[in-house]
Design a protein around this ligand. Sequence first.
Ligand SMILES: [Zn+2]
Length: 259
Amino acid sequence: MIKKPNVIEKWQKRNKYGRPGTPLSATKIAIHYTGKPDVDGDKTVSYFNNVVANGYKIGNRYIFASSHYVIGLGGEIYQLIPTNEICYATNSANSYAIAIEVATTGSDNHYTDATYKSMVHLCAWLCSYKNLDCKKDIITHTDVVGKKYKLCPIYMVKNPDKMQQFKIDCDNLKQGKITVNDIINCTSPNYNIPKMIKIIHDVNYHKTPDFKNSSIAGIALCGEVFTVSQLVKRNGTDMYKLKSGYYITTHAKYVEKYK
Ligand SMILES: [Zn+2]
């Protein structure tokens, strides 16, 4: 069995808005996002425990909301509700799902490397602890409510291949095929960017991330190999920023992944 991740306990008091104390026998794990990027975990914990749990109205209706776990931008895992009690996060699945609210970052609501690692570690451990199958029993909120109701977590719903990879990462960790240190954040903007490229056709490199003649710094020759530091998204052909600080095209006519 895999090691339990570090969990910061922030137990919510019993209350009808978030922790009713109803017994839960969990058969699924549902992941969520908070609706906005770059909202850190402690803010979400405080919202559930110090605002909603005290009775919070929007208009004239009380909010009923909570989550078993919250994961922050630095990978912190908070637990608010014991996994043998229900929470209010996943609509009709509240009666059978453990809920995890996960902080997101950037305009596409992807995950930081630390957040992704914690999400995999926690889900893999929960599947092991509750005797669940990572590939079948980890779900999104949208799997329960449908896309018309809510896209949650929006990044995973919009990128089902990443959700698939996430479940495989959880399963690999649960099975002991990888360690926590081996987990690679498949949602990172740097994912799939080659570490090194080889020039397959002579091409200019540039001082700034554009293809203007005035920014040309030299010519990269066929056969030369360069280390890539980041991908620069552009309108038109993207460019690699090289370790040297120069920029070069990503076009497959000129460069290929090395090794
Ligand atoms: Zn949700």
